[in-house]
Design a protein around this ligand. Structure first.
Ligand SMILES: [Fe+2]
Length: 263
């Protein structure tokens, strides 16, 4: 096997509309996604795989997913997979075949496990029993791999009351399964529209800026931050070590309504 690290991207919370000129809090998610993909093609042009961790569209319609799929298929030079967030529709996403229906992805000595925390009609997340069993069985069957677990909702509080109320609800069940094993290296999510890094036992817990609006950390109520959209990159080594970082587009005035009290 090659000693070259595996190159992985995380792109999250694109909130794409049905139309190319749809706005989200006065920001155009098409424009900011295009800027993020341009940045990726400059900073990290060669990748083995990309993970899209939910809220891919703002209001789920086949049209929005088709637009999103076309953008990634045309602009990314690597295979990609996506999982649903609270803004998504798993049944509409399922029409895109392997991109969403395949939940295990092997990359050399590493295995990516994609989880579904979506609950119809709720902003918060939940892992149903079947999903917890899938997680446990996947961990059990792949003890020779280093594991990356991906989901949309955050499985730990991040210090902002309003979004911590919209977290994964059955976190105890999640950690009970994960903590039975020692080969998970990374737990990775979207939803919180900000960079986040924390250690949990021997695991790294990571979240990543949205490709559109950014939430201000450590706030009791909803607040936007004037930070630029971005993505996360990884270099995964065959011995289980890895490096990671976040890149953001250069400052630009997207016209975002920074005083908004929600969306
Ligand atoms: Fe989101």
């Amino acid at each position: 096997m090659s000693n070259q690290p595996i190159k992985l991207l995380q792109i999250t919370d694109c909130h794409l509309g049905d139309n190319v000129d749809d706005l989200l809090l006065s920001m155009n998610p098409d424009e900011s996604l295009r800027d993020v993909l341009n940045l990726i093609n400059r900073q990290h042009p060669e990748n083995d795989f990309a993970i899209l961790t939910g809220d891919l569209v703002n209001c789920p319609s086949p049209l929005a997913y088709q637009r999103l799929y076309n953008i990634f298929a045309q602009r990314l030079s690597c295979p990609f997979a996506w999982l649903p967030g609270n803004h998504d529709s798993p049944s509409t996403m399922a029409e895109f075949g392997d991109v969403v229906n395949r939940k295990l992805h092997t990359l050399g000595n590493w295995l990516i496990i994609m989880l579904d925390t979506h609950v119809d009609g709720l902003v918060s997340g939940h892992l149903v029993q079947k999903e917890l069993e899938f997680l446990e069985q996947s961990l059990l069957d792949n003890k020779d791999k280093y594991i990356i677990v991906c989901l949309h909702h955050h499985p730990v509080p991040i210090g902002s009351d309003w979004i911590d109320r919209q977290a994964l609800k059955n976190t105890q069940c999640f950690w009970k399964v994960l903590d039975k094993f020692s080969h998970t290296r990374i737990v990775l999510w979207g939803h919180i529209h900000q960079q986040f890094e924390m250690h949990h036992n021997d695991k790294m817990l990571l979240a990543t800026p949205s490709t559109c609006i950014q939430f201000m950390p450590n706030k009791k109520t909803f607040a936007l931050e004037n930070l630029m959209p971005g993505y996360r990159w990884f270099e995964l080594h065959s011995d289980g070590s890895f490096t990671t970082g976040v890149e953001r587009v250069e400052y630009k005035n997207y016209g975002t309504d920074l005083n908004s009290s929600g969306y």
